[in-house]
Design a binder for this molecule. Structure first.
Ligand SMILES: *Cc1c(COP(=O)(O)O)cnc(C)c1O
Length: 219
């Protein structure tokens, strides 16, 4: 896979397979790909049994509380924690399964309002709260964000820089001696090279691997 060769070996490549037919995932698997990203709970649930056990499923989309149960049993990591309530719901589901769910805090770094995530003030407040400390079945591994969908490279770069600074701030304040808090999930097909230059440890790439998504196809 040429994308794989264009990122440093220390950066994890997540193949974002949402809306892609299972054959495409199997093909990527045969080529050695093990990390896959999905953004719809039922699609993850449905694809999970069709792929080998050593696939690591990353959930990267919006998650409503009534769909948490489709994701927690199958996910290796949930990148899109955009509220305290969501993390709390995931914690409850993980507790039922006797599992510790690895998660990333999503930050709102883009100008588009349609994107989700914490502000740095909200995140710091949450990480200080008793509520956060009562969540024993989730483990925060780092942060995630999506840059604005614009052509202006400088804007994208400065948004990634901002996310890196949030990562650094949280690490320093809450996880100074914890090597597990180390993931900076940023970069998609259009901007992953910039993201890697700005310190990304996980890139989430769909179109550049699989081609355009067919939003009309029935699964
Ligand atoms: C769809 C999606 C991606 C991948 O987007 P591409 O532009 O196809 O690479 C990455 N991250 C998130 C959160 C997504 O929803």
């Amino acid at each position: 896979m040429t994308i794989k060769n264009s990122i440093p070996p220390t950066v994890r490549l997540i193949a974002v397979s949402k809306f892609q037919p299972i054959e495409k995932l199997q093909e990527a698997y045969s080529a050695g790909q093990r990390d896959f990203g999905e953004n719809r709970p039922q699609e993850l649930r449905d694809k999970f049994p069709m792929m080998p056990d050593d696939v690591r499923w990353h959930f990267i989309g919006n998650l409503q509380s009534n769909k948490i149960k489709y994701v927690v049993p199958h996910a290796f990591m949930i990148h899109s924690i955009s509220s305290p309530e969501l993390l709390s719901g995931i914690n409850a589901e993980a507790a039922k399964l006797n599992k510790t769910m690895d998660c990333l805090l999503e930050f709102h770094i883009a100008t588009e309002e349609s994107k989700h995530g914490f502000s740095i003030e909200e995140a710091v407040g949450f990480l200080k709260s008793d509520m956060f400390h009562s969540l024993n079945n989730v483990s925060l591994k780092g942060v995630m964000g999506m840059a604005s969908f614009v052509d202006d490279e400088n804007q994208v770069r400065s948004e990634f820089e901002k996310l890196k600074s949030y990562f650094d701030e949280i690490k320093k304040q809450f996880y100074p001696d914890n090597g597990q808090f180390r993931e900076l999930s940023m970069g998609m097909s259009g901007d992953y090279k910039i993201a890697v230059e700005e310190g990304s440890t996980m890139v989430r790439i769909g179109t550049a691997i699989f081609g355009e998504r067919d939003y009309s196809a029935k699964r």
